[in-house]
Design a protein. Structure first.
Length: 346
């Protein structure tokens, strides 16, 4: 079944809750590790056949209801001439935007159509291979998170330089350069066949609410409006890590269809407050997938019991509060999907 209005109806007229996990195709999975033996991360992302094969792995083995393109959210920084490699493990950029003058170093390596053609081709392959009852998702980094990476070289810590950049011209200067290219990246993935596009904002929870409202939301609304003007029938997902309901209530964007939430938010309360306007994706703590399954099962059932009578249950997409962690027992992933698809019925 799909993630949205095409949910499967049972013989008794009931529907099942759909499920997909962020990073469901990744390091924990034997399928991924077997491919990685003969390749490296950048090659796996940029080779459309390999990206398709990795994306399909958890669909074929675990039966998720949505498939998300295997790729990386930092490619827009590479396209802007910042360099990008994973040779040491974590992503490394060639330089950071430490001063306003550093913006002058930015330059396009190629047109968006040429640069992101590997994502477009991978999605075309996936559209042909993916069962028709599965939802295909693409993704990009949200504007602020890409800015934080460009300034800090990562998305963690206090982001002091990023916050100073709001006031020294770096943020708006970078947005002027990034936004047209990021908008094109979304459109190219949609043209490849993605049914929904995700904007992942993993750094934004470090901001206070006034800065979120003043600096983040205008650009979020700009990119969502642009995307929907081209693809009004495709879904747009916004995931923000470490935020709370005060932040989510301020989004007020009719062009966003889904809000992804992490495990710090109460799922039932979020559905009650926002289910009228958005689908809600989430939100089990991914670290719980490392527990023995008899304990993990209870955690899933506790989540289900907290929302099973909710009036907006049809707006819930079951998943994690962030991505599947390395070394997660893949048997727990399989058993979790089986549990959800067998028991989360309304």
């Amino acid at each position: 079944m799909g993630l949205f209005h095409d949910r499967t109806k049972q013989e008794n007229g009931k529907s099942t809750i759909p499920v997909w996990f962020m990073r469901q195709a990744g390091r924990y999975h034997d399928h991924y590790q077997n491919i990685k033996k003969n390749s490296d991360f950048m090659t796996m992302c940029k080779n459309p056949e390999l990206a398709c094969e990795i994306t399909m792995g958890p669909i074929l083995e675990f039966g998720f209801d949505g498939a998300i393109l295997f790729s990386d959210l930092l490619f827009p920084l590479e396209q802007l001439g910042m360099g990008l490699n994973y040779e040491a493990g974590p992503p490394q950029l060639g330089y950071k935007l430490e001063t306003l003058n550093d913006l002058k170093k930015l330059h396009l390596l190629n047109s968006a159509e040429e640069f992101y053609s590997f994502q477009n081709k991978a999605l075309l392959y996936l559209k042909n291979r993916l069962p028709k009852n599965k939802t295909l998702l693409g993704f990009v980094g949200a504007p602020f998170t890409l800015y934080a990476y460009a300034v800090e070289g990562s998305h963690s810590g206090n982001l002091i330089s990023s916050k100073k950049g709001f006031y020294d011209g770096r943020f708006e200067g970078f947005m002027d350069i990034l936004m047209p290219q990021l908008e094109q990246n979304l459109l190219i993935q949609a043209e490849g066949g993605a049914d929904a596009l995700c904007l992942f904002d993993t750094a934004v929870g470090e901001l206070d609410l006034p800065h979120f409202k003043t600096f983040v939301l205008p650009h979020l609304r700009k990119i969502s409006k642009k995307f929907k003007s081209h693809f009004p029938d495709k879904k747009l997902v916004y995931y923000s890590k470490h935020t709370n309901l005060y932040y989510l209530r301020e989004i007020q964007d009719d062009n966003i269809d889904v809000l992804g939430i992490d495990w710090r938010l109460n799922l039932a309360g979020t559905l009650n407050l926002l289910g009228k306007d958005y689908y809600i994706q989430g939100n089990l703590d991914p670290s719980l997938l490392h527990l023995p399954f008899e304990i993990l099962k209870d955690k899933w059932l506790d989540l289900w019991n907290s929302v099973r009578e909710n009036e907006f249950l049809e707006k819930w997409i079951c998943g994690l509060g962030h991505g599947v962690l390395p070394l997660t027992p893949q048997e727990n992933v399989k058993k979790s999907v089986d549990l959800i698809q067998t028991n989360f019925i309304y």
